[in-house]
Design a protein around this ligand. Structure first.
Ligand SMILES: C[S@@+](CC[C@H](N)C(=O)[O-])C[C@H]1O[C@@H](n2cnc3c(N)ncnc32)[C@H](O)[C@@H]1O
Length: 185
């Protein structure tokens, strides 16, 4: 069962510099995200991870940031503009039931879904849609807050991913979270 969607005021809190002490975007993403990649931050909110994704993909890459709340994406764009990363970022407003990503079929090298799957009303169509955007041998990193999601429920998410051609290849240790890195088969 989905929990309520993260409100905008929490979106601001998620940008706190203190968060870097336990969830450092560069440390979390740099092992997987390389120059020139096309990547996606789904449930990006105000872009705590998106700006790092944009840095890592470089001038020839692209970071697509998807969220169902327009205000989150507006703040993300302002933040990206201030640090000259807006050109590498594409924001997309979606609705809660569908991401609307038909044009990205098997186009992405890496997708991040951080602290958001538990907010999605039904993870089955959601993960199917996300998996459809990932290239063969591309990656999906799902990380869920341990305070909201039990390991047992996280395993249910893993099982849905496994039914959608995604194989667990690593369980990264990210503080305060249950995390899994999948590779598309
Ligand atoms: C807790 S925030 C996490 C934000 C960001 N990933 C981070 O870790 O800082 C969850 C975000 O997911 C978005 N979200 C929730 N359900 C969604 C859905 N079905 N489709 C797209 N975005 C969704 C919310 O609007 C919110 O911005």
């Amino acid at each position: 069962m989905a929990e309520r969607v993260c409100p905008v005021w929490i979106g601001y809190l998620l940008l706190s510099p203190l968060r870097k002490l336990f969830q450092n975007p560069n440390k979390i993403l740099s092992p997987y995200v390389k120059n020139g990649m096309k990547v996606m931050d789904v449930g990006s909110a105000m872009g705590y991870f998106s700006l790092e994704l944009a840095k890592l993909v470089g001038a020839n890459g692209k970071a697509i940031c998807v969220d169902m709340q327009e205000k989150m994406l507006d703040v993300l764009k302002n933040r990206a503009r201030k640090v000259n990363l807006l050109e590498r970022i594409e924001t997309r407003l979606c609705n809660q039931e569908s991401l609307g990503l038909d044009d990205l079929k098997e186009k992405l090298d890496f997708v991040l879904a951080f602290a958001m799957v538990h907010e999605v009303p039904d993870p089955i169509p959601f993960i199917k849609e996300v998996s459809g955007t990932i290239k063969r041998k591309g990656y999906l990193l799902i990380s869920e807050p341990a305070g909201h999601v039990t390991e047992e429920n996280f395993k249910k998410t893993i099982s849905v991913a496994e039914q959608n051609n995604l194989k667990v290849i690593e369980r990264p240790k990210i503080k305060g979270s249950h995390s899994a890195l999948f590779q598309k088969e």
